[in-house]
Design a protein around this ligand. Structure first.
Ligand SMILES: Nc1ncnc2c1ncn2[C@@H]1O[C@H](COP(=O)(O)OP(=O)(O)O)[C@@H](O)[C@H]1O
Ligand SMILES: [Mg+2]
Length: 229
């Protein structure tokens, strides 16, 4: 699915004393099956950009068009539907619910889609097995290791078979081996034709062969190459 951002501006608390101009005239075009890395210092707007791409928040102005649909024009319930059907979001700290089992966490995004419990379970277990954590499905999320949590977070992002995977600093809390594991899962997804957008300042990510293109954000402005430090 093609993603096109045009003149995107994002303000938080616009007009208030604590106003933040988080994105400034961002133009970005991402084609299907492209893997793009977005790097930039903390506070540069990476998470904001991903949240817009993932349909979690809307831009203040400008347009975000995905697969020919203008996201900002969609009423909230359609935006939610868009997210549920097309986006797999991997959050920085994984955000699994510690009190739920791994398979319950992974199948959570299917709940609002009205899929029967037996089918939800089947899909959840299939995916956990594919990601080699089938043996942890019945464990509580609070009880599994960091590497397993990461795989569970990836499974949750993939449960709705999204065409676009958005990952926000996915390796920030992982050691080198787990980061490489994560990247090899992304490589498989790329082979399946997914569009992948990763915000990261980890050189393991930006220098990885799966990455087609790296973009640099600084103070909410996007450039193709790092600007002067
Ligand atoms: N929900 C929010 N409300 C107000 N300001 C925010 C919010 N989210 C992010 N910001 C601000 O927007 C700027 C960009 O933040 P963010 O997109 O999280 O950057 P990054 O992910 O690169 O660290 C920062 O100045 C941050 O403090
Ligand atoms: Mg961030």
């Amino acid at each position: 699915m093609k993603i096109e951002l045009t003149a995107v501006e994002k303000y938080y608390n616009r007009g208030a004393p604590n106003q933040v101009h988080a994105l400034r005239t961002v133009d970005l075009s991402i084609t299907s099956n492209e893997t793009v890395c977005i790097h930039g210092p903390s506070g540069s707007g990476k998470s904001t950009l991903l949240a817009i791409l993932g349909g979690i928040i809307g831009p203040t102005s400008g347009s975000a068009v995905v697969d020919g649909r203008k996201l900002a024009r969609l009423p909230d319930r359609f935006l939610t539907l868009y997210r549920q059907q097309h986006i797999g979001f991997i959050f920085q700290r994984f955000r699994l619910i510690p009190e739920l089992s791994v398979v319950e966490n992974v199948t959570l995004p299917l709940l609002p889609l009205g899929i029967r419990p037996a089918e939800r379970k089947r899909r959840g277990w299939d995916l956990l097995k594919r990601l080699e954590i089938g043996h942890r499905g019945d464990f509580l999320a609070a009880e599994i290791s960091g590497g397993e949590l990461q795989r569970a977070a990836v499974a949750r992002a993939l449960i709705n078979d999204p065409s676009i995977i958005v990952a926000d600093e996915p390796t920030a809390h992982l050691d080198t081996r787990l980061s490489e594991d994560f990247l090899s899962i992304m490589a498989e997804l790329k082979d399946l034709g997914k569009t992948i957008i990763i915000a990261s300042h980890d050189p393991l990510v930006s220098g990885n062969p799966i990455v087609d293109r790296c973009l640099y954000l600084r103070d909410g402005r996007l450039t193709a190459v790092p600007g002067p430090q």
